[in-house]
Design a binder for this molecule. Structure first.
Ligand SMILES: Cc1cc2nc3c(=O)[nH]c(=O)nc-3n(C[C@H](O)[C@H](O)[C@H](O)COP(=O)(O)O)c2cc1C
Length: 384
């Protein structure tokens, strides 16, 4: 069985020093105009002990913004800003993929270009979910998502071109690969969900091929730009985050997608099985619908690439136990990485983990709660 600390070569192309992944996490520390900066380079460089770093979700265009202060990858300045980050990670011998998204309906006119409505698969609003935007007084905070405008068929096709340009920018910015954010109720997830996607064009309806067409066209564009082995896809089937309705066809869609991603040379599927606000695997909601081992085995049979498993891992034992099932290849850690930049080292040596303060997750407070957590070896030396 795979050992958590053993190296592997992703898709036979990208070497990873261990099987630990830094899960993508939005941290809202960008500079003006959504430009990544040196501070972000420091943050990711500190975490280069992970086999694979997946960055925070990054906008492909101004229309894809659902949270103020998230980075973009569509201007020259953003591309150069990301270069800081990738150089810093590579200087520390790390591997870094850029997570790319479009939030679709999970946005608000106050952060959309020209105050336009969010872009939707349909006109249906995420009634119960918030985005990080400006309220009526211009103050930043979590407010209800706006009512979306349904995208036309041509607009969806045009978005594929927008993603393609973003992938080219990611390559030029020095990323080792990209992860397409198909999880957590954002645009790709909205298209794939049969209860939400009631469109009657080539991108929607009851036929799985139509509902997944947008994702597949974007995956093809990514593989064209970066080559096979350098593209991953994140999915959260059964997730309810961001007002996603229960999808009776979720399993069918997942297995179809797994098979199609394999055909297109996708390096990994990144499966999330527990979401924010998370932490409660005992909740009836969680028990009701999740990816169990039986379903994972079916995904495994359908998809020849690697599988990353994310959600609720807080120690070495649970991560190794997941690898020992033989059903997954890599384990992603989100929240534990916030206060433990040297998480891989701590897990390896059995060192204690520091606790993060959730009030610093999304703030403009620069390094506070971001880059000011010492590595355990430094902390220990200083306390002597
Ligand atoms: C502060 C924060 C920001 C997050 N931002 C993203 C994101 O940008 N993209 C994404 O796919 N998931 C995001 N997530 C979800 C995490 O990647 C992960 O799936 C979730 O935290 C569960 O893993 P954990 O139990 O190890 O924290 C975020 C989670 C947190 C805590």
């Amino acid at each position: 069985m795979a050992n958590l600390f053993e190296s592997q070569v992703l898709a036979g192309i990208v070497p990873l020093k261990n099987r630990i992944v830094l899960a993508p996490m939005t941290r809202t520390r960008t500079s003006d105009r959504d430009v990544p900066n040196e501070l972000m380079g420091t943050y990711y460089g500190q975490r280069a002990g992970a086999g694979l770093i997946v960055t925070e979700a990054t906008d492909v265009a101004p229309s894809s913004k659902g949270y103020a202060l998230t980075p973009g990858i569509y201007t020259e300045a953003q591309r150069q800003g990301w270069r800081w980050v990738t150089d810093e990670v590579h200087r520390h011998d790390g591997t870094i993929f850029l997570q790319i998204w479009h939030v679709g309906r999970m946005a608000h006119p106050s952060i959309m270009p020209n105050g336009e409505p969010p872009w939707g698969v349909t006109g249906e609003r995420a009634e119960h979910s918030d985005v990080f935007a400006h309220d009526a007084d211009g103050k930043l905070g979590f407010i209800r998502a706006g009512t979306p405008r349904r995208l036309s068929t041509d607009e969806v096709s045009a978005l594929v071109g927008t993603f393609s340009q973003a992938f080219a920018n990611a390559r030029q910015a020095g990323f080792d690969g990209v992860e397409i954010h198909g999880a957590n109720g954002y645009l790709f997830d909205q298209f794939m969900n049969s209860a939400l996607n009631t469109r009657d064009d080539r991108y929607g309806g009851s036929n799985v091929e139509d509902r997944t067409r947008f994702l597949m066209e974007v995956v093809e564009a990514a593989v064209r730009e970066l080559g096979p082995g350098r593209v991953g896809v994140r999915l959260s089937p059964f997730g309810k985050y961001n007002s996603m309705p229960a999808d009776p066809l979720a399993e069918e869609t997942l297995l179809y997608v797994a098979e199609q991603l394999g055909r297109r040379g996708v390096a990994y599927m990144h499966l999330v099985y527990q979401l924010m606000p998370a932490g409660n695997m005992e909740s009836s909601e969680f028990k009701e619908r999740h990816i169990d081992h039986v379903l994972l085995a079916k995904v495994r049979a359908a998809f020849p690439g690697a599988i990353i498993w994310c959600g609720g891992f807080t120690n070495r034992e649970s991560a190794q136990a997941a690898l020992d099932t033989g059903l997954v290849d890599l384990i992603a850690f989100g929240r534990p990485y916030i206060a433990n930049p040297d998480l891989a080292e701590r897990l390896k040596h059995g060192w204690p983990l520091a606790e993060a303060d959730p009030s610093t997750f999304y703030t403009r407070r620069g390094e506070v709660g971001y880059t000011d957590f010492p590595a355990y070896s430094v902390e220990r030396a200083e306390s002597r």
